[in-house]
Write a protein that binds this ligand. Structure first.
Ligand code: SF4
Length: 292
């Protein structure tokens, strides 16, 4: 079993804590999508086994139109042996209008991983997220009604000044929604992020370790008593709806990473793509190396 990861390196705005590779300039989105399709063709011999999972991560893959997503999936089917079990799209709630979900449900995408992070509007604002809690709640319900019913949501706990009460409130909303998977991450201050700089200059303090630990223990307790199985430190699912693509990383299986900054592993070696959107597109167009 192998997987293909597609990195979509664009976001509407930069979240306070994020150190993934993305650009807020969407000018070359079309060129990046074209380069991704070309890279898929160029690397069609990288994997020697059928592709069972496809994962669109980012960045914000839901900035792509359903037609662009469909075209990338088509390029995978054209160039690889595929026995598709799971096709996940990471999505931000504010991109999931009903009309978009209707179009998405016609593609092979059968799982959504929604970046909700919090249901507290003050915290969402501090994180510089583009959505609010009402948008997030509506997006989960609309996605479920659209027919994409394999839904995961991301939450972040141990934000500055937070307590167990905050994770409790977040979970009470999350667990009332039609989701079968939950990923909950402890906020960490990465060096080059806005949050990292706030912490290093003393403008803000990270949650104390003991407080973060209490929030984590509460999370595990509340999720499991609501029928979620903790199958990885930060990941919980209902009814064995494990995240197949991510599980394959943890099991050391082979994967091909396509797009700027994506990583690949074929069992013997690892490869890393260029981490700059312009350099990546140029290298693909000029048929020079797009690896770092
Ligand atoms: S939307 Fe996701 S990838 Fe983009 S800046 Fe925010 S956390 Fe990072």
């Amino acid at each position: 079993m192998a997987g293909i990861y597609i990195h979509i390196p664009f976001c509407r705005q930069a979240c306070t804590y994020c150190d993934f590779h993305f650009s807020t300039s969407l000018n070359i989105k079309k060129e990046v999508v074209a380069a991704i399709k070309t890279e898929l063709e160029l690397r069609k011999n990288y994997l020697n086994e059928p592709v069972e999972t496809i994962y669109f991560g980012g960045g914000t893959p839901s900035l792509l139109s359903a037609a662009e997503i469909d075209a990338i999936i088509e390029a995978i089917f054209k160039n690889y042996a595929v026995d598709l079990k799971e096709c996940t799209l990471e999505a931000n709630p504010d991109d999931l209008a009903k009309s978009y979900l209707t179009e998405l449900a016609k593609t092979k995408v059968n799982r959504l991983s929604m970046g909700i992070q919090s249901f507290n509007d003050g915290v969402l604002k501090w994180m510089n997220r583009t959505h609010n809690s009402q948008t997030a709640i509506a997006a989960v319900k609309d996605a479920y009604r659209s027919g994409i019913q394999n839904i995961s949501i991301d939450l972040i706990y141990a934000t500055p000044n937070s307590t167990v009460k905050d994770i409790e409130k977040n979970l009470s909303i999350a667990l009332s929604l039609p989701v079968n998977h939950l990923s909950a991450y402890c906020l960490t201050a990465e060096e080059k992020t806005v949050y990292g700089k706030m912490v290093s200059t003393g403008k803000i303090s990270e949650a104390e370790q003991e407080n973060a630990q209490q929030q984590f223990l509460f999370l595990v307790h509340r999720a499991t008593e609501n029928g979620f199985e903790q199958y990885e430190i930060s990941n919980f699912c209902k009814n064995e709806n494990y995240a197949m693509h991510n599980t394959s990383y943890w099991k050391n299986r082979n994967y091909l990473g396509i797009g700027p900054s994506a990583h690949s592993y074929n069992g013997t070696s690892r490869q890393w793509n260029l981490k700059n959107n312009f350099s990546y597109v140029k290298a693909i167009k000029e048929n020079t190396s797009f690896l770092r």
